[in-house]
Design a protein around this ligand. Structure first.
Ligand code: THU
Length: 158
């Protein structure tokens, strides 16, 4: 886990973070007023975004990260290199980065196992004055995944 400056991100990573920032405004969040934008960089450098989508039955809410994974799968992508996440409250700028929740970490772990590589995760404040670069292996060590159930991950790669 390390702190990095926006200017030190690669061109593609800057774009990934900027895309996450853009879609964050599409969050459907009447209950929390919390905005989250996520952007996945697929194996072939396609960017797929997602936002949180809340529901009046609170438990049916889906996070931005999982929303992006579902969209990527629908578009035919299951192999990812990196993910950018940016978040803010309605009436305040979060002074700290927002990291993926437990359910999102679990789904991201599945994706990293299918991709057969650790997933780089870039977390940023809206001001981009604090950026942390980490990975799913770091956020979910000793995770439980498809390999534990004898799944041939190669069969599901695309
Ligand atoms: N949220 C995300 O989108 N990602 C996370 O990893 C944590 C939480 C959303 C869900 C809900 O709409 C709002 O943030 C408050 O929990």
């Amino acid at each position: 886990m390390k702190n990095v400056k926006y200017k030190d991100l690669s061109k593609l990573e800057k774009k990934l973070l900027d895309e996450a920032e853009k879609v964050m405004e599409n969050a459907y969040n009447p209950y929390s007023n919390f905005y989250v934008g996520a952007a996945i960089l697929t194996e072939d450098d396609t960017i797929i975004t997602g936002t949180n989508v809340e529901n009046s039955a609170y438990g049916s809410t889906i996070c931005a990260e999982r929303s992006a994974i579902l969209k990527a799968n629908s578009e035919g992508y299951r192999m990812y290199k990196s993910l950018a996440i940016i978040a803010r409250g309605e009436d305040f700028d979060t002074t700290d980065v927002s990291a993926p929740c437990g359910s999102c970490r679990q789904m991201l772990y599945e994706s990293s196992q299918i991709s057969e590589k650790d997933l780089k995760i870039i977390l940023s404040t809206t001001k981009k004055d604090k950026i942390i670069v980490t990975s799913i292996e770091e956020l979910l060590p000793l995770g439980f995944g498809p390999k534990e159930l004898g799944i041939d991950v190669k069969k599901y790669q695309k």
